[in-house]
Ligand binder design. Structure first.
Ligand SMILES: [Zn+2]
Length: 427
């Protein structure tokens, strides 16, 4: 038996009972009934209770803490970590699965092991190959494959590529497979850029045995030999099934954040964004980047800090926001706030070009990079017209806006915040 006093110390001033302070007490049922039945006058005061014996403490269900406007504002930038008070986080989780499964398959690796796989954007969200077939009720046979190809041609499915580093947990994702551009060259370059960013000199490249992916890996490996010390391809059946599982886990981890950021963006513009629209290609890439920046592993480090040796310290805006940036080739004198109007340009924030450390913006002419980012007041932040007109893609940067594009499907539009909100400085 526990010999320490079970009676909690209660001061004469009332203190809130916190869930963390609840103790097991052997309280008498009679006493509890008294308290419950008593009215204002005959309820025993605390001193009586202390004299009479133990107190049955109630266990409080955790009460959600209301965030401040500033906290909401900051959270809306990344939607990370999951917050129970955030509508978009909760909706995404309700539709999908729990976050956090990414750690299950993790094995310590001393060399860079890169996993690659295709995945797909469907009306349901982000799917791996087998998940997508299940969702579409198709078999993994010639007929199923033909149907998938048909749906891709009809822009109802978008093919994507994920590259992940098993060591740092960094992920890179991009849309590929849209008609009219060189998939293979774009994909190979994307893989090479990712490996360059990761900066290892010894790597093992893993992929499944799908012929198309194998070819891609071979081309990438061939080019990598120029700059990297050792590249080994691993294609044994056993090894690959593990690699595939690992990659699928990464795809799932991208899925939920992508869904959250997308539904937040849609609620700001009041429209559902069609699956093939260029802004979703940008959002997909950014989702992976954001995950590298904000998702801490079991060692407490983010992939970004593992690779770069320090945490990402750039300022961020919410994806899809109208932002301003300073025009290039200006000296320190250009930082005069009074001249902001003539020295800055505006466009839609599309994320980060991680290889050159620049923000990406969609402008009337196409995509533009800059090292500066300034947010605008809430009322000017969300432009349905500017977002729907984005025509430039990660594989075709200089495509002017297309004002003909109209998003047909409405979604409930979020009301602007009640209070003025300070700009977010950093993560
Ligand atoms: Zn959220």
């Amino acid at each position: 038996m526990n010999n320490s006093p079970v009676r909690p110390s209660i001061s004469t001033q009332r203190k809130p009972i916190l869930a963390g302070a609840v103790e097991e007490t052997a309280a008498s049922e009679v006493q509890k009934d008294e308290v419950l039945a008593g009215d204002e006058n005959d309820a025993p005061d605390e001193e009586d209770l202390q004299q009479e014996g133990n107190i049955e403490k109630v266990k409080l269900a955790p009460s959600p803490v209301l965030p401040t406007d500033k906290e909401i504002e900051e959270h809306n930038i990344t939607h990370w970590p999951f917050r129970s008070w955030c509508k978009w986080c909760v909706l995404s989780r309700a539709l999908g699965e729990q976050r956090g499964r990414a750690r299950q398959d993790e094995v310590e690796h001393s060399v860079l092991i890169i996993g690659m796989d295709y995945f797909y954007l469907t009306s349901e969200g982000v799917n791996g190959w087998s998940e997508m077939l299940k969702f579409l009720e198709l078999e993994d046979d010639a007929r199923g494959h033909a149907r998938v190809q048909q749906l891709m041609d009809d822009k109802e499915i978008v093919k994507c590529l994920i590259v992940c580093d098993y060591t740092s947990k960094a992920v890179f994702a991009t849309v590929i497979g849209q008609k009219g551009h060189d998939d293979e060259e774009y994909s190979v370059n994307f893989i090479l850029e990712a490996i360059k960013w990761l900066g290892y000199s010894t790597i093992i490249v893993k992929s499944d045995n799908e012929p198309a992916m194998l070819k891609l890996v071979k081309v990438a490996v061939q080019r990598l030999r120029v700059s990297l010390e050792t590249v080994r391809e691993e294609h044994s059946k056993e090894y690959d099934s593990k690699a595939h599982g690992g990659t699928e886990t990464r795809i799932r981890s991208v899925r939920m954040l992508f869904r959250t950021l997308r539904s937040y963006l849609e609620s700001q513009i009041g429209k559902k964004i069609p699956i093939f629209h260029p802004i979703l290609a940008w959002l997909l890439s950014y989702t992976a980047t954001l995950q590298n920046i904000v998702a801490r592993g079991s060692d407490g480090r983010t992939p970004w800090s593992t690779i770069k040796g320090r945490q990402f310290n750039g300022r961020l805006a919410a994806f899809g926001e109208m932002c301003r940036w300073k025009l290039p080739n200006k000296g320190p004198a250009a930082r005069n706030r009074g001249n902001m109007e003539v020295q800055s340009e505006e466009g839609i924030f599309l994320g980060i070009n991680w290889n050159v450390n620049e923000y990406l913006y969609a402008t009337a002419e196409g995509i533009q990079g800059s090292r500066s980012l300034t947010r605008v007041p809430f009322e000017q932040r969300w432009s349905l017209e500017a977002i729907s007109a984005i025509a430039a893609t990660p594989w075709q940067l200089k495509v002017p806006r297309d004002p003909e594009v109209i998003f047909p499907q409405d979604v409930p539009k979020e009301a602007p915040p009640r209070h003025e909100i300070l700009p977010v400085r950093r993560l």
